[in-house]
Design a protein around this ligand. Structure first.
Ligand code: DHK
Length: 144
């Protein structure tokens, strides 16, 4: 089955504990489980990873060039700072969907700009952790 890599940036390991009024109570393990179940329905393998380190995320995007057919990425705060992650995504040929759990446009102005959006084929914002499932459905359509 085609593989979708689901990448998560800094502080998302604390999902469910950090600022639950913004990010909700579900954990990243819950997200991984729900994506695996939906992926099985859609005919996609999923591999969810999280790192607090920019270089690690870049290395995983490079790996995806050989192993994955699509990428879902929530780069966390690197969204707003990382030209390096943007450049790595430009080196990946498959579809990319960017996800933000919160509605970044209702928040501080520094969250309104995303480098990753310059590469993303779609952006899902403010749908809570359900955004990952929406992204997976979109990737299934793009990969088919
Ligand atoms: C997650 C973060 O950690 C923030 O730095 C971003 C994003 C928003 C989210 O909504 O998933 O600004």
């Amino acid at each position: 089955m085609p593989l979708v890599l689901i990448l998560n940036g800094p502080n998302l390991n604390l999902l469910g504990q950090r600022q639950p009024e913004i990010y909700g109570r579900e954990t990243l393990d819950d997200v991984a489980r729900d994506c695996a179940a939906l992926g099985a329905e859609l005919g996609l393998d999923t591999d969810l990873r999280q790192s607090n380190h920019e270089g690690q995320i870049i290395d995983w995007i490079h790996e995806a060039r050989r192993t994955a057919q699509g990428i879902i990425i929530n780069p966390g705060a690197f969204t707003h700072t990382s030209v390096a992650i943007l450049d790595a995504l430009h080196a990946f040929d498959g579809p990319v969907i960017e996800v933000h759990i919160s509605n970044v446009h209702k928040r501080e102005s520094f969250r309104h700009h995303s480098y990753v959006s310059l590469r993303a084929d779609g952006v899902i914002v403010g749908c809570g952790v359900q955004g990952y499932q929406l992204a997976l459905r979109r990737l299934a359509a793009l990969i088919a």
